[in-house]
Design a protein around this ligand. Structure first.
Ligand code: URA
Length: 235
């Protein structure tokens, strides 16, 4: 494994920052300073130290799925003092969220201590689908859905195309399923804004092959090996 990947996997810093730490001569492998970024580590045999302190990969990675409720921020500490998703989970290891949902959005989000897994799930190169159910005020016409599919223009820029399916209207609210495989900020809300529709509730129900299922709001549960492998297998 490349040294910078190993160091970031140990939770030292991002891969980019780990490269700076290597170049600064702060890393030793089996007692010898290594400054070459192309160095490989045998994670089973080599003794790697940073500033003289031995470090190792966590012996256990944790992968959780959460049903984030609305009204929680996806951050370790919110500068506005709002509740965060980390108020909802007990863990012995430090976890971080994989991607984000807006404060007002609810639904599926992953938490892990595996930086490589987080990179993989969020990397645009893999185009993992994200499926949302948008509950909107009033009904919506087929012609409006067609505009969402083609990619609405927001501030002069065309949004990526989306798979959009009408799910029904109960006389007050319509439900629309939206599948995107890019993650621009507030993408789904901006799509509906652009056609003058107000979202009452936005919920993420699927990421790649992993469904929210019947997980209660505010609850977490471990991902299954199949769910983890869905992403790892895409590499
Ligand atoms: N798109 C949005 O607009 N908000 C989210 O939270 C996720 C996707």
């Amino acid at each position: 494994m490349r040294l910078n990947k190993f160091l970031s996997g140990c939770g030292l810093a991002s891969r980019r920052k780990c490269e700076d730490i290597i170049k600064a001569g702060r890393v030793t492998i089996n007692g010898k300073v290594v400054e070459n970024l192309a160095t490989d580590v045998d994670e089973k045999k080599d003794k790697v130290a940073v500033d003289g302190n031995l470090i190792a990969l966590p012996n256990q990675f944790v992968y959780l799925k959460m049903n984030k409720p609305k009204g929680y921020a996806c951050t370790a500490s919110d500068e506005r003092g709002r509740k965060t998703i980390f108020d909802l989970v007990q863990s012995d290891v430090r976890l971080f969220n994989v991607g984000r949902l807006d404060y007002e959005t609810e639904g599926l989000i992953f938490l892990t201590n595996d930086g490589e897994f987080a990179n993989l799930v969020t990397h645009p190169k893999y185009h993992f689908e994200k499926e949302y159910v948008a509950t909107i005020e009033g009904d919506i016409k087929e012609s409006e859905l067609a505009v969402l599919r083609k990619g609405v223009v927001v501030d002069g820029v065309r949004m990526p195309t989306a798979k959009v399916k009408y799910m029904g209207y109960d006389g007050t609210f319509a439900k629309v399923s939206v599948v995107i495989d890019e993650g621009q900020n507030h993408q789904v809300r901006r799509m509906f804004d652009a056609i003058g529709k107000t979202i009452k509730l936005l919920k993420r129900v699927r990421i790649g092959g992993v469904h929210l299922g019947g997980l209660y709001r505010g609850k977490t549960k471990p991902m299954t090996q199949d769910e983890i492998d869905f992403f790892k297998g895409a590499k």
